[in-house]
Design a protein around this ligand. Structure first.
Ligand code: NDP
Length: 414
């Protein structure tokens, strides 16, 4: 399945500057975010003052060492997830055909792996086999170990050739492991960890953390429910396995994506049932709309346009394109339903959902909203990258789509 990297999306200079900046800035950022949440009362200015006062030495002093406990926890978790990925049964599904004509085959056992993981984690806590608070208490060391371990892993991927569909043996798909079973799964596991820790600290879980956790779990459940669909998205079908994707999923997802919950552990807010239920309902609605956008596109492509979109036959563009091997093929572009509102409308409910699971922190500190801001920048960049890619793939047909659906993300605005 190996398709080595041949060219980059941006110019080589932009690519190298961004890679160097990401490599040097992201790791300290992960540590500083954890430090701010856990040790600096969630206050950016407190962390800032500390750094100004203590400089680089101060950063090194607070940087936790990757301890044996941290490696053990990561090792057990990673091995458990890898075993579930390999051993649990699942339907065989095919991924999208690559530019060189490869079609990857996957075992769709994500929902089962997710259910087994959650049940096992709650079960080992319930029966007193393992106290999940240990994970929270070693969080800094875990992030530190993930930072170094994932660097080594990325080096391995580069040596392997930054493939589109890297595998170990015939069946163990590395991107399914890093993106879904390690990254996305760790999000759910850490969200629960934060509840266990707050329960240990205060004897109850505040409604704010409950709303935050439920919304995140609804989102992650949706993700695993739709995991085979995820294997058709840009992350898997277009982005090669390198730093951006793999380091992002192994380190950035467990640390940054879980950060609103990390903040709430030692900042319990009492929302009251009315506000809590309002935030919960608004968040669930956003996750549903996001899911429905993805579902609409997939159903439309799966049935070759022979489906109903919002109760009507879909309007579409039949777009032809040439593969790198010179073959002419065609794809259908949906121009009604959610995909007729804007070319990447699905990012609006995605961003709003993350806003709603951060909102339980209310407005005492800025830091719980960091993820929302990061996600907005990520998705605006992603919409631009995707538009560029589709323009060069479909040429005049993409122009027709842009004329018909002129907005990139927000209908009537952007
Ligand atoms: P998708 O891959 O789902 O959609 C983009 C692709 O769909 C295009 O590359 C094109 O591929 C095809 N396409 C574009 N327009 C149309 C159309 N009108 N009709 C049919 N096909 C079309 O996008 P993403 O991977 O960005 O998003 C998938 C999900 O993941 C979303 O829910 C998103 O919100 C979520 N997401 C979450 C992130 C997070 O960090 N929380 C980050 C990124 C995404 P083709 O070549 O096949 O034509």
């Amino acid at each position: 399945m190996g398709e080595a990297a041949t060219k980059t999306v941006h110019s080589p200079l932009v690519t190298y500057v961004s890679v160097v900046s990401l490599l040097t800035l992201c790791p300290p950022f992960v540590i500083l975010l954890w430090y701010t949440m856990v040790h600096a009362d969630g206050s950016v200015s407190q962390t800032w003052d500390y750094l100004i006062g203590n400089g680089l030495k101060g950063l090194i002093d607070i940087w936790p060492k990757p301890t044996a406990t941290a490696w053990k926890l990561i090792g057990c978790y990673g091995a458990f997830e890898a075993a579930l990925q390999l051993l649990l049964p699942g339907k065989t599904v095919e991924g999208p055909i690559s530019p060189k004509g490869n079609r990857p085959v996957y075992k769709a056992n994500g929902v089962l792996a997710y259910a087994v993981t959650i049940a096992t984690y709650i079960g080992i806590w319930w029966f007193g086999i393992f106290n999940p608070s240990i994970v929270y208490d070693h969080l800094g060391e875990i992030f530190s170990a993930l930072i170094f371990g994932s660097f080594l892993f990325c080096v391995f991927l580069y040596i392997k050739g930054m493939e589109l569909y890297p595998r170990i043996g015939k069946n163990f798909d590395i991107k399914v492991f890093t993106n879904c079973r390690f990254g996305m799964m760790s999000w759910a596991v850490l969200a629960l960890t934060y509840c266990f820790k707050q329960y240990e600290l205060y004897g109850k879980v505040a409604d704010s953390l409950l709303v935050n956790t439920i919304l995140m779990l609804v989102y992650i459940t949706k993700f695993f429910w739709w995991e085979a669909g995820y294997w058709n998205t840009m992350d898997i079908a277009h982005d090669r396995a390198g730093f951006y994707i793999c380091w992002g999923c192994l380190v950035w997802v467990p640390s940054i994506y879980t950060s609103p919950g990390m903040y709430l552990v030692n900042h319990p807010v009492d929302l009251g049932s009315q506000l809590a239920l309002f935030i919960l309902a608004a968040g669930v609605l956003c996750v549903y709309v996001n899911y429905d956008c993805d579902r609409q596109r997939q159903e439309f492509r799966r049935t070759n346009g022979k489906c109903l979109i919002w109760g009507k036959p879909p309007s579409k563009i039949v777009a032809s394109y040439t593969t790198t091997t010179g073959e002419t093929k065609s794809s259908l572009l949906l121009t009604s339903g959610w995909w007729g509102l804007a070319r990447h409308f699905h990012y609006v409910p995605e961003i709003l959902a993350s806003f709603f699971w951060s909102l339980p922190a209310l407005f005492n500190h800025f830091i719980p909203y960091f993820y929302v801001i990061f996600l907005t920048i990520l998705l605006v960049d992603r919409a631009t990258r995707d538009d560029d890619r589709c323009r060069s793939k479909y040429g005049k047909y993409w122009k027709m789509y842009c004329n018909k659906v002129p907005y990139r993300i927000i209908p009537g605005i952007y």
